[in-house]
Design a protein around this ligand. Structure first.
Ligand code: ADP
Ligand code: MG
Length: 679
């Protein structure tokens, strides 16, 4: 046996089985080390039949008594007995099993027990036919992926033969000191326990070690690649200067613990010369803006300029207004740079160039070559997915690189992509500012559409406001606009409703005017295409109706819903939809059930399946076999920090104790890069 030996050298593996193993990615014996159990079956307890009760999950062992097989429907009914007590079991698609069973065959069953009439029964339990005299394996039993004609039992046997032999030969990339410091198992032991954990804690510990490795490998690989294209130094900010201090003194509330944690990591970045590239993730309403302001003021206190980039002009104006309320008492002026008014834009550009303005808000126009900063120290990008982080290249200033803070409201899969592709460090704001009322989400069929609009009517009567979001017509903006216009025209006929319409094709002056009217409550009901998606802040808006909600993705629905419930009054979001697919139905259910963006992102992963999210599997660099990019997010962040420390201390991994790491990481990079990048 040996890592580099072909599989056929193992007893019981002929050419046919070897081919099936190849379908699982296993060619050499060493490849078995990457064949992980998909789950474990808990067989720590085998319950005597006398103790089995209806409603419980059990593993039992007994002998087959009567056998009743219906070959047409392929339904098999058997009794299983220990001599005294009996239990009934039904199996579907059971032709193969029926052939294996005879009266007296010993069998292990695992599943839920329920009454059938007066008999205890299991419906399609997991099962294992035991050979005469065979004792069933006890403990947590690994269940492996299968391919071709492979049987679970065969794979289990191969693994129990090979892994104890191969695991001690597994490559140990981590320096001893790091393993100690992080309290990590040695890799060979982690591998063993991942297959055959003595208990659940041991499994978790083993998994943590191996997930740690996966994250560390990716992080280091990405950081090493980043070193190649960024040799440009950054600048230091000053988070303890007088402006920052005054801001904190005047802030009418305390930072939430989540905000404080996020700020601590940003602050640390700002104090170093290494250019910061950090993603600040926080659910809608979690208070990212305040954290961004802290970062920008730190730049100002270091005599640098700061820029805040919003995805649309509308949102730039809104953020400008928000920033003004915070910075006015500090005597800090905020510039607004949009394409709207050429004369004003020219003045703002001059002020920026001459350093008369230190803080400026705008759209991506801020990055155009016509905008010359005097000394740009920090850029905040709100809701990055409209921009593409690759634009970062445009940020390079004369001889240095400003700090970059990208903010987004939790589309985790995307965040993950960014983390993987090396553009960003990650901070997360957990939790919400105090005093938030939950938003009630209701899914209505079109038959009950009136219920939603009745709720709008009542809100308007109470002096509150509402959004009506129009269906998304497959990326065809024109059709969206038509739908929105028709809807708005219909509502304008309702007495007492002041209705506004906003969509992407309006000239920006008009858009601004409508939004301003809505903000100042000259409009009760705002009919909108998804333009309201991000960042609009009207606390008096308490009802949202989303038409044909099943056309939207979860992330988008969550963003939209975040536009209501921003004040002190309870809010409701109606999803109008008659979903036509299972996925769509699940999305509606998820929205009704979860208000937490993180949870939703998790659901999103489940509904769409991890394979689809990023094409992760296909991408060698991702290399996640065990890590769950959502559930293990905090560990991922922690490991990135460690990777960062390693790279900071030893950028080329030249130190002797990093030799194993270097070998491991270089291999990963080579595997991951398309050849044209290397040559
Ligand atoms: P988002 O993360 O969606 O950008 P915002 O930054 O717009 O969230 O914050 C939402 C609201 O919560 C704003 O009105 C903001 O002033 C308020 N807020 C932010 N932080 C706190 C806090 N620590 N305590 C109370 N209110 C806060
Ligand atoms: Mg925001």
């Amino acid at each position: 046996m040996g890592l580099g030996q072909p599989l056929t050298q193992l007893p019981g593996i002929g050419p046919k089985k070897a081919l099936d193993f190849e379908k699982l990615g296993v060619r050499l014996q060493g490849d078995l080390l990457a064949l992980w159990p998909r789950r474990h079956e808990d067989r720590t307890v085998i319950t005597p039949l006398s103790s089995v009760q209806s409603g419980g999950e059990y593993t039992i062992v007994g002998s087959v008594g009567s056998i009743d097989y219906d070959p047409r429907r392929q339904v098999l009914k058997v009794t299983v007995t220990d001599g005294l007590f009996a239990l009934y079991a039904t199996f579907f698609h059971a032709r193969w099993l029926a052939r294996q069973l005879q009266p007296g065959t010993r069998i292990l069953l695992q599943g839920r027990v329920e009454y059938w009439g007066r008999r205890l029964a299991m419906t399609h339990p997991r099962h294992e036919v035991l050979s005469p005299g065979e004792e069933p394996a006890r403990g947590l039993i690994p269940i492996y992926p299968l391919a071709g004609d492979l049987k679970q039992r065969v794979v289990q046997q191969v693994m129990s033969l090979a892994i104890p032999y191969l695991a001690p030969q597994a490559f140990e990339p981590l320096p001893h000191t790091l393993r100690e410091q992080e309290d990590l198992l040695e890799r060979p032991q982690a591998i063993m326990h991942l297959h055959w954990p003595p208990n659940k804690d041991a499994f978790e510990k083993a998994r943590r070690r191996l997930v740690f490795d996966e994250f560390l490998k990716v992080s280091l690989a990405v950081m090493r690649m980043q070193q190649w294209d960024i040799g440009i130094p950054g600048v230091k900010q000053n988070p303890d200067g007088p402006i920052s201090q005054k801001f904190l003194d005047l802030l009418p509330f305390q930072l939430t613990p989540g905000q404080s944690r996020a700020w601590a990591s940003i602050r640390e970045d700002l104090c170093t010369e290494r250019p910061m590239t950090r993603l600040l993730q926080g659910d809608v309403g979690s208070g990212k803006t305040v954290v961004a302001i802290l970062a920008m003021l730190a730049a100002l206190d270091a005599q640098h300029q700061a820029a805040f980039m919003a995805p649309t002009e509308l949102l730039a104006e809104q953020q400008w207004r928000v920033l003004n309320t915070f910075t006015e008492p500090l005597g800090v002026q905020v510039g607004l740079l949009t394409g709207q008014d050429a004369g004003q834009a020219a003045r703002v550009r001059d002020d920026i160039a001459l350093g008369r303005l230190s803080l400026v808000v705008g759209t991506q126009a801020l990055l155009s070559p016509s905008v010359q900063f005097q000394k740009l120290g920090l850029v905040v990008i709100d809701e990055q997915h409209r921009f593409g982080v690759r634009q970062r290249a445009h940020l390079a200033q004369k001889g240095y690189f400003p700090d970059l803070l990208v903010m987004t409201a939790t589309p985790i899969p995307r965040t993950l992509a960014l983390t993987l592709y090396g553009d960003l460090d990650l901070s997360q704001i957990d939790g919400m500012p105090p005093g938030r009322l939950p938003i009630t989400t209701i899914h209505l069929s079109y038959a009950d559409r009136r219920t939603a609009y009745e709720s709008v009517r009542q809100a308007v009567r109470r002096g509150e406001q509402a959004y009506v979001v129009c269906p998304l017509v497959n990326e065809n903006e024109e059709l969206d606009v038509t739908a929105a216009t028709v809807l708005a025209d219909g509502m304008r006929r309702i007495p007492g409703w002041r209705v506004g319409l906003v969509h992407g094709q309006l000239p920006s002056k008009e858009k601004t005017a409508v939004m301003e009217a809505y903000r100042t409550h000259q409009i009760d009901v705002l009919v909108a295409t998804t333009i309201v998606e991000v960042g609009v802040d009207v606390p008096n808006a308490t009802v949202m109706v989303i038409e044909e909600a099943d056309r939207f993705g979860l992330a988008q629905l969550h963003q939209l819903r975040g536009r209501v419930g921003r004040g002190s009054k309870p809010a409701t979001c109606y999803l109008l939809a008659d979903p036509k697919t299972e996925d769509a139905e699940q999305r509606m259910e998820a929205m009704v059930r979860w208000s937490d963006g993180l949870k939703l992102a998790e659901q999103d992963l489940k509904i769409r399946g991890p394979g689809e999210i990023l094409g992760l599997r296909q991408h060698g660099l991702a290399g996640f076999e065990l890590a769950d990019p959502v559930a293990d997010l905090l560990l991922m962040e922690h490991v990135r920090d460690i990777a960062r420390q390693i790279v900071d201390a030893d950028p080329r991994l030249e130190q002797p104790e990093h030799q194993t790491l270097k070998k491991w990481v270089d291999e990963a990079i080579e595997d991951a890069l398309p050849t044209q990048v290397l040559h």
